[in-house]
Ligand binder design. Structure first.
Ligand code: B12
Ligand code: SF4
Ligand code: SF4
Length: 351
């Protein structure tokens, strides 16, 4: 065996070991090819399912091949990190599980993946690497399937037989050649359709396809400069930030393991947010409370708008004083949602 081949085996093995030590439950490697999901992605964009996440369509050519992110990529290393924490969901206002910790997952995964990338660069100083978590034009779920991590469920989540779907994905693109895993070619959804039925806003026009325009996760996190259609507000229920329903009902998550990593320890104000306090927040308090967390990205106005919608849905009469003050807020989004919430609370019987 020549040295390079021997190194390839050794580096692949060391990457997998180090990934486990860094808290990743799975690391798989796929060759850099044009992902099979590329055409479904183009159709998805053409059908308007990306809503106003225009950054996806703007970079659609770059998604065609990992070379669009790092020229001459040979290998796509995909790592999965479980964020599931056994704490129960609160009853009043809910934040998605992925956002319960104090650090934004992009920062956390990036930091840990960079440590793995160092291994590649020290072995082969002339090879290049690029760490990717969400923001680059790379179909992470498609590559995770190609790298053997799991299959794409009908809810569009990447599901692993071992850890369910409560995990983040991150990738390292590299010009180095490594030992590749077998793609995950089976589908373990079978005849189940629980996720499709449970979605409160009917966001799945068909299995494996999600219409972002109707998804609570999009509405509460990504829709930042427009108000939310009135006919979708009731479906939002008590979701303040993101939505977990199509994962909560999935049988593959029934025995999801707990991750005791302190990075995912839930913060009290994120696991059980106080609606009235959120409605009273100005920009300074928002920054003090949420900087570094996933909520920081949306900014104060979006969180207060969402809190007003939840208060309206819950007919939360004790929020009326804060909502009334918000009728003079500097943000159109907030004023409109506050007015709507007051109307809901006063025209419907108080619980
Ligand atoms: C845009 C985006 C969103 C959008 C759109 C989601 C969507 N389903 O497309 C919104 C804002 C709604 C969203 C919500 C969420 N997201 Co998001 N999101 C992304 C992002 C940045 C791009 C996804 C994308 O390109 N979508 C377009 C579709 C067409 O592509 P796709 O999802 O990759 O998968 C398609 C192909 O693989 C192909 N395909 C593959 N196999 C098959 C088989 C068949 C039969 C067919 C027809 C098609 C097909 O079709 C798939 C489904 O359309 C990724 C990160 C990334 N760069 O990949 C994170 C990502 C997918 N999100 C993630 C998470 C955690 C979430 C939420 C759970 C957050 C929350 N709790 O609120 C929800 C889950 C909602 C859901 N059911 O998907 C994780 C998912 C991890 C996992 N286990 O799958 C990712 C990978 C981020 C990360 N780095 O960890 N997200
Ligand atoms: S995240 Fe919620 S709203 Fe979005 S598809 Fe899943 S169940 Fe529906
Ligand atoms: S709920 Fe059922 S159909 Fe939906 S992803 Fe899970 S196993 Fe597949």
């Amino acid at each position: 065996m020549n040295t390079r081949l021997h190194q390839k085996d050794e580096v692949t093995e060391t990457l997998k070991q180090n990934a486990a030590e860094l808290g990743f439950q799975h690391l798989g490697i796929a060759p850099a090819i044009s992902p099979p999901g590329y055409h479904p992605l183009l159709e998805w964009i053409a059908s308007g399912h990306a809503a106003d996440m225009n950054w996806i369509a703007r970079r659609k050519d770059a998604y065609r091949h990992p070379d669009g992110v790092l020229p001459n990529t040979r290998s796509v290393i995909v790592a999965a990190m479980n964020y599931h924490n056994h704490s129960p969901q609160p009853q009043s206002a809910r934040i998605s599980r992925y956002a319960w910790g104090s650090e934004d997952y992009h920062t956390l995964l990036r930091r840990r993946l960079k440590k793995l990338a160092v291994l590649l660069r020290t072995t082969w100083p002339t090879e290049r690497t690029r760490v990717v978590v969400d923001t680059a034009p790379l179909m992470e779920r498609d590559f995770a399937r190609l790298a053997g991590v799991g299959w794409v469920g009908k809810n569009t989540m990447l599901i692993s037989r071992n850890i369910g779907s409560w995990f983040f994905l991150g990738a390292i693109l590299t010009t180095a050649e490594l030992v590749y895993d077998q793609p995950f070619d089976s589908d373990y959804c079978g005849t189940c359709t629980k996720c499709l039925q449970a979605c409160p806003t009917d966001a799945f026009p068909e299995p494996h396809v999600l219409d972002s325009n109707r998804c609570i996760s999009y509405l509460t996190i990504e829709r930042r400069d427009k108000s939310i259609d009135e006919n979708l507000r009731t479906g939002i229920g008590d979701w303040l930030f993101g939505c977990d329903i199509c994962q909560e009902v999935c049988p593959w998550n029934r025995f999801a393991p707990n991750n005791s990593d302190t990075a995912f320890e839930p913060r009290e104000d994120l696991i059980a947010p106080d609606l009235v306090q959120l409605l009273s927040m100005d920009n300074d308090i928002f920054k003090q409370q949420f900087s570094g967390t996933p909520l920081e990205r949306t900014g104060r106005d979006v969180i207060v708008r969402n809190a007003a919608i939840v208060a309206g849905n819950q007919r939360c009469a004790n929020a009326i004083p804060q909502l009334t003050r918000l009728l003079d807020d500097g943000s159109d989004l907030v004023r409109e949602a506050a007015g709507w919430a007051i109307e809901q609370i006063s025209t419907n019987s108080v619980q």
